[in-house]
Ligand binder design. Structure first.
Ligand SMILES: Cc1ncc(COP(=O)(O)OP(=O)(O)O)c(N)n1
Ligand SMILES: Cc1ncsc1CCOP(=O)(O)O
Ligand SMILES: [Mg+2]
Length: 208
C-alpha cells in the first residue's frame, strides 16, 4: 500500500458546490499527497454517489492520488476506490475491513484514545480525529477536542492520525505539533476563492 497522503479533500456536495472543480484544482498541486474522500449528502442517491466517485477515481489516477469513499462501501468497491471511511453510524470497522479487503485503505472516526485503539485493533489503517475546532459544515457534532485531544489519540495508536473539523491553514502547525500526520478539510477548499492556491498553502503547512 502506498504511504497515505497528508491532505484529505472531502467533497462538498451541498447545493451550490462544484466538488469536481475543487478536485481538479487540487490534484495538480497536491498530486500523491492528496486523498480525495467522496462524501455525499444523505439525500444523494447511490447512482449519483457512484457517478461522482467514478469520476473522482478517474481524475485521481494520473496523479497517484488516493480515492476513498465515505460511508457507502459498496460504492467504493464499485468504482475500485482505494478504500473507505466509516464512523459511529456506519458499518463497524471490522465489518468494513471484511467488505473492503485486507489491502484497502480504511479510515475510522475516533475522538478519544480508547475508541481509537479499538478502531485500530479492528482494522483501521488511519483515524479521522475530531472535530478539532468548531465547524459549521456538519451539524450535531460533539464539542471540539482541540489540539490536546489530538495529542491524546496520537499517543494511543500507531497509525496516521488525520485531524478534521474547522481545519484551516492557520491551524495546521499546531495540529502537526500535536502529532497529526495530516488533515481533512471540507470548507477550507470548497469555499476557497482559489482552491488550487489554498491547496498549495495547506500542503506547504503540512510538509514544512
Ligand atoms: C477523515 C475523516 N474523519 C472523520 C470523518 C467523519 O466520519 P463520520 O463520523 O462517519 O461522519 P460522516 O462524515 O459520515 O458524516 C470523515 N468523514 N473523514
Ligand atoms: C465530516 C466531519 N466530521 C467531523 S468535522 C466534519 C466536517 C469538516 O468540515 P470542515 O473542514 O469544513 O470543518
Ligand atoms: Mg460516516
Amino acid at each position: 500500500m502506498p504511504s497515505l497522503g497528508r491532505l484529505h479533500l472531502i467533497t462538498d456536495t451541498r447545493p451550490g458546490c462544484d466538488p469536481l472543480a475543487v478536485v481538479r484544482a487540487a490534484l495538480p498541486v497536491a498530486r500523491a499527497d492528496l486523498v480525495v474522500q467522496v462524501r455525499v449528502t444523505d439525500d444523494t442517491t447511490d447512482r449519483q454517489a457512484y457517478d461522482l466517485a467514478r469520476r473522482v477515481r478517474e481524475h485521481c489516477a494520473p496523479y497517484g492520488a488516493t480515492c476513498l469513499v465515505n460511508d457507502r462501501l459498496h460504492v467504493a468497491l464499485a468504482v475500485d476506490a482505494h478504500g473507505g471511511h466509516v464512523g459511529a453510524d456506519d458499518l463497524p470497522v471490522a465489518a468494513a475491513r471484511r467488505v473492503l479487503g485486507r489491502d484497502a485503505v480504511l479510515g475510522a472516526t475516533a475522538r478519544e484514545p480508547d475508541a481509537a485503539a479499538r478502531a485500530v485493533a479492528a482494522g483501521a489503517s488511519y483515524l479521522g480525529v475530531g472535530p478539532c475546532h468548531p465547524t459549521a459544515t456538519k451539524t450535531g457534532l460533539p464539542d471540539p477536542i482541540g489540539t490536546a485531544g489530538v495529542r491524546a489519540v496520537v499517543a494511543a495508536v500507531d497509525v496516521p492520525v488525520i485531524a478534521i473539523g474547522g481545519v484551516t491553514v492557520a491551524t495546521v502547525p499546531a495540529l502537526r505539533a500535536a502529532g497529526a500526520y495530516g488533515v481533512a478539510v471540507v470548507g477550507a477548499l470548497s469555499t476557497a476563492a482559489d482552491p488550487g492556491r489554498a491547496t498549495a498553502e495547506l500542503i506547504a503547512a503540512l510538509t514544512c
